[in-house]
Design a protein around this ligand. Structure first.
Ligand SMILES: *Cc1c(COP(=O)(O)O)cnc(C)c1O
Length: 384
C-alpha cells in the first residue's frame, strides 16, 4: 500500500559525513555509530546496513529492545553492538550469547551478568561506566574500590571491554568547567582500575560535541550520534568548529528528506474559513492544496498557520490547523500544480530548502527531538 509520506536517506551525504568525521577524529580511534531512537529517526533497518557498507563496524544503542532491532539489521559477523543504558537482568543471557556488550553502572547488573555468563559458559563483555560528574549512572571512587574485588571474583566470566563516561552537556560552553572536571575525574578513576590490575580493552568518553571540543579525549573510540546524520549538536559547537578555519564552509550534509504528495487541489472564495474552526479566513479568492500529513505523522500541531512546505520549487504556507492526518497549504502562487505533485516537508525542492533545524525552530523542538519523533511506520528509502 502506498504510504502518505516517505523518508529518503542520502547515501552520498552519509559518505560525506563519515569522511569529515574520519578527518576530525584521531587516527586509530574507532567510530561507534550511535543509532538509539531508531537511528535518530532515520530508521534502524535501513540505516544500519548502509553504515556497515561504508565501513562502520560498531553500533551503540540505549536499550536491549533497540539492540534487538540493530542485531536483526546487521549484515556482517564482525560488526559489534553495545548497549549504553537499559537491559533487564532477564535479557542479559540474550546479550551475552550474542556477544553484545553493555554498560554496567551498579553492582546488581555486574553480578547478574557474571552469573548469566557462568550458566552459558561464556564471558560477558562489560563496559564499566564511571561517575565523573553527570550524576545519573556510573561507579564513583568509593564504589570502584568495592567493585575491584567483585571483578576479580568473577574474572573467568567477565571481559572488561571498556571503561567509559558521558559528559554532562559538552555542547554548551557554559558547562566548560563541569566538563573539565569530568575529564580529570575520568583519568583519575581509570588509573585507579589500572593500578589494581584491571586493564580495559577500550576507553571511550566522547559523544559528537565532545569529539569536537575535547580532541585530547578521543581515546580508543568515540560514540557519534547526531554529527553522522549531518546535524550539529548545538550552534555553539558549529561556531567553535568554524572558528579559525580559513574557509567557513559547512562540512556536513543532511541525510534526511521527508516527502509527501498533494492529495487534492481546490479553489476557495474570499471570506471562507479553511479547515476546523475559524483560525484561517480567506482574504481573497485562493487555491489550496491538501497534504495527507498531520500531527500523527510528526508534523507538529504548533505549525498550524505558521509552517511551510515546498512544492515544485516554491515555499508555501500552511493555512489553518494541522489536523491528525492532514494539512492545507496556500498554493495560489503556483500556476502549474496538481494532485500527486511532490511535497517536501523537510529537505530541498529546486532552490529552496526546509532544514530540520528551521522546522524545529518553528515547532520549538530540538533537532534531536524532532528527528526521533518521526514515526517508525513512515517507510525509509535509501537514495544512492
Ligand atoms: C546519545 C549518546 C551519545 C551520542 O550523542 P550525540 O550527541 O548524538 O553524538 C554518546 N554517548 C552516550 C552515552 C549517549 O547516550
Amino acid at each position: 500500500m502506498d504510504s502518505t509520506s516517505y523518508i529518503e536517506l542520502s547515501k552520498e551525504a552519509y559518505e560525506n559525513n563519515l569522511q569529515f568525521l574520519r578527518s576530525l577524529i584521531k587516527e586509530g580511534t574507532r567510530i561507534s555509530s550511535v543509532v538509539k531512537g531508531n537511528a535518530y529517526g532515520h530508521g534502524i533497518a535501513d540505516f544500519v546496513p548502509m553504515a556497515e557498507e561504508m565501513g562502520i563496524d560498531h553500533f551503540s544503542v540505549y536499550s536491549a529492545d533497540e539492540a534487538e532491532e540493530v542485531f536483526k539489521a546487521i549484515k556482517k559477523d564482525s560488526t559489534e553492538l553495545m548497549i549504553m543504558g537499559h537491559i533487564a537482568n532477564e535479557d542479559l543471557k540474550w546479550a551475552i550469547s550474542n556477544d553484545i556488550s553493555f554498560f554496567v553502572f551498579e553492582f546488581d547488573r555486574v553480578r547478574a551478568a557474571a552469573e548469566s555468563a557462568q550458566i552459558l559458559n561464556k564471558k560477558a563483555r562489560i563496559h564499566i561506566e564511571l561517575e565523573t560528574g553527570m550524576n545519573r549512572t556510573g561507579f564513583d571512587e568509593e564504589e570502584i574500590n568495592r567493585l575491584i574485588p567483585v571483578l576479580k571474583e568473577y574474572e573467568d566470566n567477565l571481559i572488561i571491554e571498556g571503561i567509559c563516561t558521558h559528559y554532562a552537556g559538552a555542547e554548551s560552553i557554559a558547562n566548560y568547567l563541569r566538563v573539565q572536571d569530568q575529564k580529570n575525574n575520568f583519568n583519575q578513576l581509570a588509573q585507579l582500575l589500572v593500578d589494581h590490575g584491571i586493564e580495559p580493552k577500550t576507553r571511550h568518553t566522547c559523544c559528537s560535541a565532545a569529539s569536537i571540543r575535547l580532541p585530547e579525549m578521543h581515546e580508543d573510540m568515540v560514540r557519534i550520534g547526531i554529527l553522522q546524520y549531518g546535524f550539529w549538536p548545538s550552534r555553539e559547537i558549529f561556531i567553535e568548529y568554524l572558528k579559525g578555519k580559513k574557509d567557513k564552509v559547512e562540512p556536513l550534509r543532511r541525510l534526511i528528506t521527508w516527502k509527501s504528495s498533494i492529495m487534492s487541489v481546490k479553489h476557495i472564495e474570499m471570506g471562507e474559513f479553511v479547515g476546523y474552526g475559524t483560525t484561517y479566513l480567506a482574504q481573497r479568492d485562493m487555491k489550496i492544496a491538501t497534504v495527507p500529513i498531520g500531527y500523527s505523522h510528526g508534523f507538529s500541531r504548533s505549525l498550524s498557520n505558521t509552517g511551510r512546505v515546498l512544492i515544485n520549487g516554491f515555499r508555501v504556507p500552511v493555512i489553518g490547523m494541522v489536523n491528525m492526518n492532514n494539512l492545507a497549504v496556500d498554493v495560489s502562487e503556483i500556476d502549474e500544480i496538481r494532485k500527486g505533485d511532490e511535497v517536501t516537508l523537510i529537505g530541498k525542492s529546486g532552490d529552496v530548502e526546509i532544514s530540520v533545524a528551521s522546522f524545529g525552530e518553528l515547532s520549538d523542538q530540538l533537532n534531536y527531538e524532532l528527528l526521533t519523533r518521526l514515526p517508525t511506520k513512515i517507510p525509509r528509502i535509501i537514495k544512492d
